[in-house]
Design a protein around this ligand. Structure first.
Ligand code: PXP
Length: 239
């Protein structure tokens, strides 16, 4: 099956690093997990280098760059430190996300309307590296992302994943329509599972890619990384 027949799967391996950091051991290695995911058919690997380094470490990002054979997506805050690291390492794409130190995970999208100057500066400083913006599913956020020259938007699906309500799905559909209208590539992520992602695949015809971490790594506890990737690839097939 090619990516034309299904939505592309980027596996976020941060939670493999979370398990490693919990004990300060060398295992489990998130980059070894990334290699298995690629071999099992994942289209890319996503890592979030947080300012507090709570899971992924700088060395992981370097090793992923040297071992990745598919697309490498570096999630990061729009700070000078992170921009310098991205420019040194050269991921295939950077996703700019908001970061709050006390949060459990990325809570809410980056408000690119309020922070337009900061985002514009980061996009400029990242030069030739394409930039995706992780935003809430709102028309003004999508339009501003296009205006700022972003390559793609990643719609925050956390609210939808929380209750799978019709209203949250409608918000995502509406934002996806704006993305199609302005001509910007569409990705989605956060809280997605092999079950709740199917509705997005069905309702968002222009969805190109999803970034999935926590649920996939959780499934891997039972079926292994390769088995989990295969399960998600099947869920991402277009009818
Ligand atoms: N996309 C972005 C921008 C994220 O920050 C995260 C969480 O790190 C994900 C996708 C993956 O979310 P989850 O781990 O809930 O699948």
């Amino acid at each position: 099956m090619t990516t034309r027949d299904r939505v592309a799967l980027h596996v976020n391996v941060d939670h493999v690093a979370t398990l490693r950091q919990a004990r300060g051991t060398a295992y489990p290695d998130p980059i070894a997990a990334a290699v298995i995911c690629e071999r099992a058919g994942a289209d890319g690997i996503t890592v979030h280098l947080r300012e507090d380094r709570r899971h992924i470490q700088d060395d992981d990002v370097r090793r992923l760059r040297s071992l990745a054979t598919k697309r490498m997506n570096l999630e990061m805050a729009a700070t000078a430190e992170m921009v310098a690291i991205a420019n040194e390492i050269g991921p295939d794409i950077v996703t700019l996300v908001p970061e709050r130190r006390q949060e459990q995970t990325t809570e809410g999208g980056l408000d690119v309307v309020t922070h337009r100057d900061l985002v514009a500066q980061a996009i400029q400083d990242l030069g030739a590296i394409p930039v995706s913006l992780f935003i809430d599913p709102e028309a003004d956020q999508v339009r501003m992302s296009k205006e700022l020259g972003a390559h793609a938007v990643e719609l925050h699906t956390g609210e939808y994943a929380h209750d799978e309500s019709a209203s949250e799905l409608a918000r995502l559909v509406a934002a996806a329509e704006v993305a199609a209208e302005v001509g910007i590539e569409l990705a989605a992520g956060h809280g997605l599972t092999a079950e709740n992602v199917k509705e997005l695949v069905a309702k968002l015809p222009n969805l190109v890619e999803v970034n999935i971490g926590h649920a996939l790594v959780s499934d891997a506890v039972f079926v292994g990384m390769a088995g989990a990737v295969e399960r998600y690839l099947a869920a991402l097939a277009r009818a």
